[in-house]
Design a protein. Structure first.
Length: 336
């Protein structure tokens, strides 16, 4: 009997891509959950040998409703939405899809930095409205030449590497900190490597965050760390919101230590009241954020091609692990 793969959100109009990959070894059962698997009936979860999910978290209570469950595939790079402890207790394998959206997120991170550093955002914001700024150069510390700056990568995996290569092509000196990459990684890329986060921060005119959200990285960049950045640095986060202390970032932007910030992620998504000060000020177009802050709604990954990739690569991971016994993209239970 074919195994059953639950896709709880019904993301795609049919199962043609999945069926072509699985070749009858498993069938796709499509739900219509908007945000939680609690919206699905018990009978649907009871059929699932695997779950393949994008936005819906996989919590302990969901796992308890799926007695046949053997595999969870997170349709994305981050796996913080999966209760891996509950999965490990049941012997359920957890995988991610680390090879989708690499180009899109890397390009978006560099785009955020460039838009700020070359004044695109500054002039866009200040030329709008009934009282535009003078038709002239605005002297502002956010604007810098790329070639005199260091682009610091916090994390140098697939996306961090792709971002660093693009930044290097634009003239930045590229430095990274990533204790999980093997010796010699820097030599293959032509980047410079530092041993500690503090060393990275001290020289990053642009700090670009490319780390997964784990127990070790939650709250990793707070006020102390931001103060280690050179004065008038720019901070970019296209990874996960809780890695960066948003209140500390707002404080240092107000003080003038940080010149600008580009954020595709924030700690709570979608945002709820009370809004973080930085988001509230951004939406209100307060003077202290004009031209200095860009906030987008976790869309750095988006392109039609990326949506096709995430669909195909996710189901290929299901095939590899569930049907062929491979270890493709497996996240070990002991991983942070």
């Amino acid at each position: 009997m074919a195994l059953t793969v639950l896709e709880p959100e019904g993301l795609y109009p049919d199962t043609s891509v999945e069926d072509a990959v699985l070749k009858g070894g498993a069938r796709i059962l499509r739900g219509n959950a908007k945000s939680s698997m609690s919206e699905l009936p018990d009978a649907m979860l009871a059929e699932a040998d695997a779950i393949m999910t994008l936005r819906c978290p996989v919590r302990a209570e969901d796992i308890a409703r799926a007695p046949k469950l053997k595999l969870v595939v997170r349709m994305g790079v981050g796996y913080d939405r999966v209760d891996r402890e509950a999965c490990a207790a049941r012997g359920i394998t957890v995988c991610n899809t680390p090879d989708y959206g690499t180009m899109e997120v890397a390009e978006f991170a560099v785009l955020l930095a460039m838009s700020l550093r070359r004044g695109l955002t500054l002039y866009h914001d200040t030329q709008r409205g009934s009282s535009p700024a003078p038709w002239a150069v605005l002297r502002h510390p956010v604007v810098r030449r790329q070639e005199v700056q260091t682009f610091g990568l916090l994390g140098c995996g697939r996306i961090g590497t792709a971002a660093g290569l693009r930044a290097k092509a634009l003239g930045y000196r590229v430095v990274f900190h990533d204790p999980f990459q093997p010796n010699g990684w820097e030599r293959a890329l032509g980047f410079e490597r530092v041993r500690t986060l503090d060393e990275l921060l001290a020289q990053s005119d642009v700090l670009s965050i490319h780390a997964p959200l784990t127990r070790a990285t939650r709250g990793l960049v707070g006020e102390r760390e931001l103060r280690l950045l050179p004065k008038n640095a720019v901070v970019v986060n296209t990874a996960r919101g809780p890695i960066l202390d948003l209140d500390a970032l707002a404080k240092l932007l107000k003080e003038g230590h940080i010149a600008g910030a580009g954020l595709d992620v924030i700690p709570v998504e979608p945002p709820v009241e009370p809004l973080p000060e930085l988001l509230r000020a951004y939406r209100a177009r307060e003077d202290w954020v004009l031209g200095r802050v860009i906030i987008t709604p976790h869309i750095a990954f988006h392109s039609p091609e990326a949506w096709e990739d995430i669909r195909r690569l996710s189901v290929e991971t299901v095939r590899d692990v569930l049907l062929e016994g491979k270890r493709s993209n497996v996240i070990p239970p002991e991983s942070e």
